[in-house]
Write a protein of this length. Structure first.
Length: 439
């Protein structure tokens, strides 16, 4: 429905179910909790990009090599017999200990590695475990939209309901920091059914980093209604200009109700490793450990060992010119500037991010019109498919990050990713500069 529109989705899904019954010779039905599932967003658009051999600045995966220091760490890990066995279900000891050393000063407290951290198969699993551990059927979770699509699927599986509150463009919309919550709208979303708030900072797809003042306000409302906070902070290491990433769990009174989620894939630019974690108070993290232990059981041991070594090594060279996190923010900001300049040169309006992997681009000024295609889909979906097919440039539509009620706010924006190699950025910029306004 998010991608194709309701009528197309239902038609496709019904045909698919009929096909399965015909092939299997059975009328066995999938569980009702899967009724809302259709074609996966990323499979659809990544498939089209591959089909068209397009330059992909849509999906958030770095296509440059794994850093050398991490290559060395994984080689050392694989050579160690014990690192190839099953490890501790709640998290490989070397990794949770390294994470505790890394994050204790960032949270301003001594984090217990064994009881206040759980490692997962990517941040994806950490998000699912957080929802599954605390959301009962019929419960509500408030989410700030636009939001990453996996939240929707996780809630559907757990029987909960997402209550969406949008960021609205205020002031100069050319800057992500000017996309803000409406306090009345935000507070009205809470009810007796509210169990949690989902927040992403740095934000995907807008690139906004929530300020201390904004987080204090959000935390205060959550405290008033006694709900937990699930804070998705996977892009925490990519911060531009003089912005500062603030962890809501580090603010006064927030630790006891906050689960903070991180990702080695985004931290070290190795998204295929699928190593994530959640940090928080014992009474919350213990419940995530229960869910994880009976789903994936454990994340891959050698990769956890390597990530631990990566963090240890980076702490040993912190502040030097070889520090990876300093290089990463600077490099991605430079990539972002190149893409922003290319889009601006043809008359489009980029929305400058505070950090993260992504930037919005407003295509409205181009005057492109896809109504004759009569697809029944949102403008941005048609636009993205057209750019992919006709110009070999793969991007991502923004409407897929909204629910029905606020999808009009996506207007004519598309999302681009600047966590890419020099070759990919240069190819994308050359293509962008060939785009023309409709005559």
């Amino acid at each position: 429905e998010l991608i194709f529109g309701r009528s197309y989705k239902l038609s496709y899904y019904n045909e698919y179910k009929s096909y399965l019954r015909e092939m299997n010779g059975t009328k066995v039905k999938a569980a009702r909790r899967l009724d809302s599932f259709g074609v996966n967003l990323w499979a659809e658009f990544s498939g089209l990009a591959k089909e068209c051999n397009a330059t992909n600045i849509g999906q958030g995966f770095p296509d440059f090599p794994c850093p050398e220091f991490l290559q060395k760490e994984v080689a050392k890990a694989i050579a160690k017999p014990s690192a190839n066995w099953y490890t501790r279900t709640q998290g490989h000891p070397a990794l949770v200990q390294s994470l505790a050393k890394e994050f204790s000063p960032l949270f301003g407290r001594d984090i217990n590695p064994m009881t206040e951290i759980v490692t997962t198969v990517g941040a994806y699993e950490a998000i699912f475990c957080s929802i599954a551990a605390f959301v009962n059927e019929g419960d509500e979770v408030i989410v700030i939209e636009p939001h990453f699509d996996c939240y929707t699927g996780d809630m559907a599986i757990c029987g909960g309901k997402l209550v969406r509150v949008p960021l609205r463009c205020t002031g100069d919309g050319k800057f992500a920091k000017n996309w803000k919550l409406d306090p009345k709208e935000f507070e009205a979303a809470f009810s007796e059914k509210t169990r949690a708030l989902l927040i992403t900072t740095p934000h995907n797809p807008i690139g906004k980093i929530f300020s201390t003042e904004e987080l204090e306000y959000i935390g205060g409302v959550c405290k008033k209604h006694d709900v937990i906070i699930i804070s998705d902070e996977v892009y925490e290491r990519v911060v531009f200009d003089d912005n500062q990433h603030i962890r809501i769990g580090s603010l006064p009174g927030m630790w006891e109700r906050t689960i903070t989620i991180g990702s080695a894939g985004k931290t070290f630019s190795v998204t295929g490793w699928k190593i994530g974690w959640a940090i928080g108070p014992e009474h919350l993290v213990t419940q995530l450990q229960h869910v994880s232990s009976c789903t994936t059981f454990t994340a891959p041991t050698p990769l956890q060992e390597a990530v631990a070594g990566g963090f240890d090594y980076q702490r040993s060279i912190a502040g030097s010119e070889d520090a990876y996190f300093t290089w990463l923010s600077a490099k991605l900001q430079d990539n972002c500037r190149k893409l922003a300049d290319a889009f601006s040169s043809v008359g489009m309006q980029p929305v400058w991010p505070d950090g993260g992997y992504f930037m919005l681009v407003d295509t409205a000024s181009m005057g492109w019109d896809f109504t004759e295609l009569k697809t029944g889909r949102c403008y941005d979906v048609d636009c993205v498919k057209w750019l992919t097919r006709e110009f070999k440039l793969a991007t991502i539509p923004i409407s897929v990050f909204y629910g029905d009620q606020n999808r009009q706010l996506s207007a004519k924006y598309i999302r681009v990713c600047f966590a890419k190699s020099d070759q990919t950025i240069d190819k994308a910029c050359n293509i962008i500069k060939t785009l023309q306004k409709s005559k």
